[in-house]
Write a protein that binds this ligand. Structure first.
Ligand SMILES: Cc1ncc(COP(=O)(O)O)c(C=O)c1O
Length: 384
């Protein structure tokens, strides 16, 4: 018997697929350096672990409110209010099992069949698939030098446009979008009446003091149509806790709550207390991690540019996205062939740009150690 059309029409996350291949090669005794991973190798801060254990000791092991424990929602609302110019309440917040889950729930809540969602490319692989799962149609708009192309975005708007996804700092490119461009997108959203889905999972990870501008902080009119997707995964090294959240209009929170009350219920209750500690702990301790990431960025960028001259310096997140079109031809027909060669011959796992909607690029993560970064680029240089 066939699987449902909706499952046949989506693809498995290719980054998750590659992780399985790497695990197999390692089990066969191959040494593989993972520059494909989307998580920093720093440990979760001690106080977060302690708070989570304490919650377990105190039997915080029961159902919580579907939207999340009140203290955490209030804490998030306080943080968002601090960062913007207007008050945000707990009614604007709902937690989910990672921001992937939040994205799924958003589209299930706002999309009717054939509604269009504009997605600048390259894009994070989960965006189009979660739109398709809701019966929506992803409309891809290429970026220019990895930055938003506002004119092209404007041209892609139709009567069916329901939303645009803006991801800054960006996966897979490491680009950080300037305030002027975000404002132009916001103006279009107001003019043509559509939602902005702002994936800001990497908000704390920007380099060289480049500011991250939150879409929802532009002004209240923009906030009222912005669904901000957030996560504790990247900034607090809590990928396994699975805590993401939405900041948005109370009406959207109510809709998502209805769905979630049948779909998944609440997030793991004691993990929510770990997230609460993440919000409350001294945020200065994160600065050390960001400084270390910036050192890794500088090293990886220098080594990458020596091999792939068309590399743009990333300003945030932890990815490099060189254009490798010059290397494609008889030997490597596609970026996927090149990535496979690098995996099998150099023992370095990376992802081809075609997985992210742009042919002729490679994505390198510099979330791992300096030692691994040096070793990986040396091995790649040797085989190319
Ligand atoms: C842009 C972006 N958003 C969200 C996430 C997912 O984070 P979470 O662990 O909260 O599901 C990722 C993970 O790679 C990401 O790159």
């Amino acid at each position: 018997m066939k699987l449902a059309n909706r499952i046949q029409e989506i693809e498995e996350s290719k980054s998750v697929g590659l992780a399985a291949i790497v695990a197999r090669l390692r089990s066969e005794g191959r040494e593989i350096i993972s520059l494909n991973v989307g998580e920093p190798d720093f440990p979760t801060p001690d106080s977060i672990i302690t708070a989570t254990k304490k919650a377990l000791d105190e039997n915080k092991t029961r159902y919580s409110l579907v939207q999340g424990i009140m203290e955490l929602r209030e804490g998030i609302a306080k943080k968002v209010s601090r960062d913007s110019n207007y008050p945000v309440s707990y009614e604007n917040i709902i937690l989910g099992n990672g921001s992937k889950h939040i994205l799924y729930n958003i589209f299930q809540t706002i999309i009717n069949p054939e509604d269009e969602v504009i997605i600048p490319s390259p894009y994070w692989v989960t965006f189009p698939e979660s739109v398709k799962l809701a019966g929506g149609v992803p409309v891809f708009v290429p970026t220019t030098d990895l930055q938003l192309n506002i004119e092209a975005i404007e041209k892609a708007i139709t009567k069916k446009t329901k939303a645009i996804i803006i991801n800054t700092p960006n996966n897979p490119t490491g680009a950080v979008y300037p305030k002027e461009d975000l404002q132009k997108v916001a103006d279009l959203a107001v003019k043509h009446d559509f939602y902005i889905i702002a994936d800001e999972a990497y908000e704390l990870l920007t380099f060289d003091d480049i500011p991250h501008v939150a879409m929802g902080s532009l002004n209240e009119e923009v906030f009222n149509r912005t669904l901000t997707v957030q996560s504790f995964s990247k900034s607090y090294c809590m990928t396994g806790f699975r805590i993401g959240y939405l900041v948005g209009p109370a009406k959207i929170v109510e809709g998502m709550n209805k769905l979630q009350s049948h779909l998944s219920g609440n997030n793991c209750t004691f993990a929510q207390y770990g997230a609460l500690e993440a919000l409350q702990m001294d945020q200065n301790s994160l600065k050390e991690m960001i400084r270390e990431l910036q050192k890794r960025r500088d090293l990886a960028y220098k080594l990458c540019k020596e091999i792939f001259p068309n590399t743009i310096k990333p300003e945030g997140a932890f990815y490099l996205y060189p254009n490798v079109q010059d290397l494609l031809g008889d030997k490597f027909k596609t970026d996927e062939d090149l990535a496979k060669h690098i995996l099998m011959e150099a023992g370095v796992a990376i992802l081809p740009g075609s997985y992210f909607g742009t042919d002729g690029y490679l994505r390198f993560s510099f979330a791992g150690s300096e030692e691994n970064i040096k070793k990986a680029f040396k091995q790649i240089k040797d085989v190319l």
